[in-house]
Design a protein around this ligand. Structure first.
Ligand code: CO
Length: 474
């Protein structure tokens, strides 16, 4: 039976096994070498796209795997010729953790296009779309697919309330369409989107915008597969999944049950299930190499913290290690309470990199040292507007208290990158011969310390230590 014949409006699926899958559960350690044996089979499955780059991969590759991050898409492209490649780009933060100047953003996007990235999913932690303007313009100028993403955040258990309600997401989607987005993604990085909220949200988004809609959700709370299904019923065009051994837990819903569920329906993606079973078998055979990175502190595959506090898993483990160091692990419940308060006072930023760390550390300091007795520089920057405009207003009393005595200037209300000087030329002069290509230079600008170290390994100026090389995961 040809499944395709039944398909009226087939769902499209983006595979995330080579990016978010191992980033979410295996600490981003999957090597390019381990991807190659299934690359051709993956190309035959019929995915709409495969996400292979961006997010934390750039960081992990040059720092822990001794791999030149720029090479991975080029190598994979030799084996995957039909399926487009996508990447996750953190707007003005690119694949790093701070805002880079516009000249860096343009150079990065140009090089990413040149090495074979076809689809760019671009988001900003605060959903401040001014922080993705430069990326978007450059992606469009290269004739590539610009997928605008809205970070999904909540203040209560369900969609609604004062800030993150239906009209918030609809208006962000409309703005992205006006910016020229070729598709729009709702990015639920913490896995907190409930199935019926997804149904309501995608039903309304379908009415509001014309471009295809894409759902990225995580399995973290245990709702992921149900959420995908309800989004499919509401007409979502594309969803993200992983192949089973790289799915569930804090990763994405698995692709196989979704295909079985939709088989013979009008949303049947019509994909090659037999190929997926082969691929799954291979991934099972290599997964033990990465297993040491798997969180093994609970038997439960779901994270109760996300259900109770909407604090993403990664953020909880950061807090736990921070508190352990200070010998104050018993204060964790207080810190979890304080996070909600600090987040509100700081204008309700979504809890995603880097805002999750900023809010989390400030909450720890508030609990241990007294409220805003010590203020981190990053928290100060957030209040100064240097990360962009927060979704809600910042508490004026807290702003004054936190900024008192900082000696810094005034807060800004325009696009943060307007205040950044070009970086590329200065880096070129500083690095001299160590950067032989534009890609080398970008590696250094993005990650000054570890990037420079990587270039020394790459060109043999220093030997690569044991344990930092593609064999590390073994
Ligand atoms: Co994700």
């Amino acid at each position: 039976m040809s499944i395709k014949q039944n398909a009226g409006n087939p769902l499209k699926i983006q595979d995330n096994t080579f990016r978010d899958g191992h980033q979410s559960i295996y600490a981003t350690r999957m090597t390019t070498e381990d991807m190659i044996p299934i690359a051709e089979a993956m190309d035959e499955v019929g995915f709409w796209a495969m996400e292979v780059w961006g997010g934390a991969t750039f960081d992990a590759m040059h720092r822990f795997l001794g791999e030149d991050p720029w090479e991975r898409p080029r190598i994979l492209k030799r084996h995957i010729k039909k399926t487009p490649f996508s990447m996750l780009l953190r707007g003005q933060n690119l694949v790093g953790y701070r805002h880079y100047a516009d000249d860096v953003v343009r150079a990065f996007v140009d090089r990413a296009c040149a090495i074979g990235i076809d689809i760019f999913r671009v988001f900003d932690a605060l959903n401040d779309l001014r922080n993705i303007e430069t990326c978007a313009a450059c992606i469009k100028a290269n004739g590539k697919h610009f997928e605008g993403a809205v970070v999904y955040s909540l203040t209560e258990r369900h969609l609604g309330g004062e800030v993150f309600n239906l009209s918030y997401y609809v208006s962000k989607a409309k703005s992205l369409e006006e910016m020229g987005a070729d598709s729009i993604c709702i990015k639920d990085m913490a896995g907190i989107m409930a199935p019926y909220d997804a149904y309501e949200l995608f039903t309304e988004l379908k009415k509001a915008v014309k471009v295809p809609l894409h759902l990225h959700t995580h399995y973290t709370s245990g709702m992921g597969s149900m959420t995908c299904l309800k989004a499919v019923e509401a007409g979502v065009d594309i969803v993200d999944t992983c192949v089973a051994p790289y799915a569930m837990r804090t990763s994405m819903p698995p692709v196989e049950p979704l295909l079985l569920t939709l088989e013979g329906t009008e949303r049947d993606p019509g994909m090659q299930m037999s190929r997926l079973l082969e691929i799954g078998k291979y991934l099972e055979s290599i997964a033990p190499r990465y297993q040491k990175h798997l969180a093994a502190n609970t038997l439960s595959l779901i994270d109760e913290n996300v259900i109770a506090h909407q604090i993403p898993g990664g953020m909880v483990s950061n807090l736990v290690s921070q508190l352990k160091e200070m010998n104050a692990l018993d204060r964790l419940p207080e810190v979890q309470q304080e996070i909600q308060v600090v987040r509100k006072e700081a204008g309700m930023p979504p809890l995603v990199t880097p805002t999750s760390q900023i809010i989390g550390s400030q909450a720890v300091m508030n609990v241990l040292a007294g409220r805003y007795r010590t203020v981190s520089n990053q928290f100060r920057d957030l209040l100064f507007g240097l990360y962009g405009k927060t979704p809600a207003g910042i508490d004026p009393q807290v702003r004054e208290m936190a900024l008192r005595g900082s000696g810094q200037g005034i807060w800004i209300t325009d696009r943060p990158a307007n205040h950044l000087k070009p970086e590329m030329e200065a880096a070129r002069r500083k690095l001299g011969d160590l950067a032989r290509t534009e890609e080398d230079l970008l590696t250094y600008v993005l990650y000054q310390t570890s990037g420079e170290q990587f270039l020394k390994w790459k060109y043999g100026a220093e030997p690569m230590p044991e344990g930092v090389r593609p064999g590390d995961a073994r």
